[in-house]
Design a protein around this ligand. Structure first.
Ligand SMILES: [Zn+2]
Length: 410
């Protein structure tokens, strides 16, 4: 141990807590060896610890195994990207690990920080939190609108897997447009449900989703029954799009918002806010003349209209149902994908039947682009015109309450 007192470059401090989930030793892109752990610094507070001193790993493993609280001495706190409002703890070879006496809070598992595999999820009971999981989305198996406490909520069920197993994931409301068949995603803050004997996953109001590198699949995939999606093409006979605004702060629906005004005062919490900051939930009806000359009337879902707005760069009209209706009416022909449950999964204009493969390619690229844009702008809460904010519907309030109830009952 060095006797000389060196003035540290940044302020060093001591942090007390319980150690969880010590990782193997890793090597960074810059060839620096480190390992990670989770430090529980409060009843509900979990912080990422990065240790740049491989020799200390045994001490961390022992503290975790023995459930012994520790004092990490001469560490640094740094801003945490993964945990806004929290901090990461950086441990160097100059830091030390000491035994700490009884802490004011109990040791509990950091379910919100833990990364699970599908096989691990399948062993969980219902109403458990799943902090992080990487899965591949195999395909959508259902698309429904359900009433939850007198509010319509949209859900889409996907069969998902990783190399260890397979289950299903119910994606609610605003997240539906972020999830596509065949892609791999990193989901944070999911919850479990029981569907018969099988433990399945569902998104929660705090779920985030980010595309990730391709996730593997089990040797044998369990077959799933999927109703076929139907594609209808033809000219639009009529369209109705309702864009119902609600306050992002108090979640109350607004009856008198004027889309042409840049500011609007919430009718309940009385807060003056930018019109664009109000959250929109869409509903509507689309009537298309199909190839057989029959009029087909279809329910437009929030996610289908949201994806239409996003993929056609109509964000400036996102709050204006009438403007969106006009944009649909000027399309010479639309292509509508309808789920086996009779809901519109997606719709958009077709350029010409001949160049449909080119069109599909272009659309594919577009979807990819816009989803990555969404990711970038998702953290930018100020820019409510970005996709992430528009699609958050006031149903989320209901879902939030559902989750709150669950948390209380735990
Ligand atoms: Zn309000």
């Amino acid at each position: 141990m060095a006797n000389k007192m060196k003035k540290p470059q940044t302020e060093e401090e001591n942090v007390v807590g319980h150690i969880h989930s010590v990782s193997p030793i890793k090597t960074s892109d810059q060839n620096v060896q480190y390992f990670e752990a989770i430090l529980q610094t409060g009843r509900e507070d979990f912080n990422r610890v990065v240790v740049f001193a491989s020799k200390k790993r045994n001490e961390f493993v022992q503290a975790a195994d023995n459930r012994q609280a520790v004092r990490l001495v001469r560490v640094r706190k740094s801003f945490s990207f993964g945990n806004p409002g929290g901090f990461d703890v950086l441990v160097s070879s100059n830091s030390s690990v000491q035994v700490a006496e009884d802490l004011e809070f109990p040791r509990r598992n950091p379910t919100s920080a833990e990364e699970l595999t599908v096989a691990q999820v399948l062993t969980l009971g219902p109403k458990q939190r799943v902090g992080t999981i990487n899965v591949r989305v195999l395909r959508a198996t259902a698309h429904r609108v359900v009433q939850v406490r007198e509010t319509s909520c949209e859900l889409r069920v996907f069969e998902v897997c990783d190399a260890t197993g397979q289950t299903s994931l119910t994606v609610w409301d605003r997240l539906i447009v972020s999830v596509q068949d065949g892609w791999s995603y990193r989901f944070q803050t999911l919850a479990t449900r029981k569907e018969g004997d099988r433990t399945v996953l569902t998104t929660t109001p705090s779920t985030t989703v980010t595309p990730t590198t391709e996730v593997g699949q089990p040797a044998v995939l369990r077959p799933v029954s999927v109703g076929n999606e139907e594609v209808v093409r033809g000219p639009v006979v009529g369209v109705k799009i309702l864009a119902k605004p609600s306050c992002a702060r108090c979640h109350t629906g607004q009856d008198n918002l004027v889309v042409r005004c840049t500011l609007h005062r919430c009718e309940r919490c009385d807060m003056l806010q930018r019109t664009a900051a109000f959250i929109i939930s869409y509903s509507g009806v689309l009537i298309v003349l199909d190839r057989n000359g029959e009029e087909r009337s279809m329910s437009l879902t929030n996610s289908a209209i949201f994806a239409y707005v996003r993929d056609n760069f109509l964000n400036s009209s996102a709050h204006d149902g009438a403007a969106l209706e006009e944009s649909v009416m000027v399309l010479s022909e639309v292509e509508v994908t309808i789920s086996c449950d009779g809901l519109v999964v997606c719709f958009g204009g077709t350029v010409a039947a001949k160049s449909s493969t080119e069109q599909e390619r272009a659309t594919g690229a577009l979807v990819q682009d816009s989803s990555s844009t969404d990711q970038k702008s998702a953290s930018d809460a100020d820019d409510s015109r970005d996709g992430s904010a528009i699609c958050v519907s006031d149903e989320m309030k209901v879902l939030e309450e559902m989750v709150d109830d669950e948390e209380c009952s735990d």
